[in-house]
Design a protein around this ligand. Structure first.
Ligand code: ATP
Length: 252
């Protein structure tokens, strides 16, 4: 498996705050990797750096072997680096289909509006929203808006997809549905970096875990090893969780 994405010593400062500090890691093609860490650890900032939404203060980003450190967001999308947003904000007055078509056009491969709309309908069927394609986006419930966000990023034909808390606010059944969908996306050959707070989700889906704390990557590796790492327990999971994990045999 070759590496599709690599970060080398990436940092981002906001004034005096180092939101991301000297972070290096790689993603292998086809992997599902979870990025975890406490609130304010720098996870969303890292996604913004990878996708050209924010400029890096230091470091380098490589995508498919090419240096893309200074790319803009539209260039990242065109290369095949797509992301979802933590706070889902579709254009409310546009239909569900039009929102996805806008994503397809931003991704840049499709020339005409008609092609973009056809692509949008295909992705809406994939995420199970085809029946609502012509409804206004404002009529969607939260799980629907999350699926719309996924369809929109898929319409960009990503090679790497960065998912920022796609399960937040969903109930257990909705999360199970979202996990099935994420696995189906990975089966299409898309490499996935998943920002996630729910440990159950992290354990059930990821092959590797990266842990950020105060902007630094404090651990990375196989789920079991990472969740038993003392620094991770101390910084993020808490002693109570670690004890429960051992007691309930919540190993992976
Ligand atoms: P959460 O889990 O709460 O979403 P996070 O791990 O995604 O948190 P970030 O949102 O990346 O964390 O924030 C990392 C740090 O950078 C925080 O201290 C935050 O206040 C700060 N920060 C993020 N964006 C900006 C900005 N645009 N200007 C100034 N500081 C920022």
């Amino acid at each position: 498996m070759s590496e599709i994405l690599r970060l080398e010593k990436v940092s981002k400062a906001f004034g005096g705050i180092k939101a991301v500090n000297d972070v290096s890691f790689g993603l292998k093609e086809g992997q599902i990797v979870a990025l975890i860490g406490p609130n304010g650890a720098g996870k969303t900032t890292l996604v913004n750096l990878i996708t050209g939404v924010l400029p890096l203060t230091e470091g380098k980003v490589f995508f498919a072997g090419e240096e893309v450190t200074r790319q803009k967001a539209f260039q990242a999308a065109r290369r095949g680096l797509a992301r979802t947003f933590q706070i889902v904000q579709p254009f409310p007055e546009m239909s569900v289909m039009e929102n996805v078509a806008a994503g397809a056009l931003f991704g840049g491969e499709l020339g005409s509006r008609r092609e973009a709309e056809a692509e949008a309908r295909r992705e809406l069927a994939f995420v199970g929203l085809d029946r609502l394609a012509d409804s206004p986006a404002s009529s969607l419930t939260l799980p629907g808006r999350k699926r719309l966000e996924l369809a929109k990023s898929l319409a960009m034909k990503p090679k790497v997809l960065l998912l920022d808390e796609v399960n937040a606010g969903l109930n257990t059944a909705e999360i199970d549905g979202a996990l099935t969908l994420i696995r189906k996306i990975a089966e299409r050959g898309v490499t996935i970096l998943l920002i996630e707070h729910l440990m159950k989700v992290v354990l059930s889906i990821s092959e590797r875990i990266l842990v950020l704390h105060h902007g630094e990557l404090i651990a990375e590796g196989a789920p079991r090893a990472v969740l038993e790492d003392e620094r991770v327990v101390e910084a993020y999971l808490g002693a109570k969780f670690a004890a429960r994990m051992r007691k309930e045999g919540l190993h992976v």
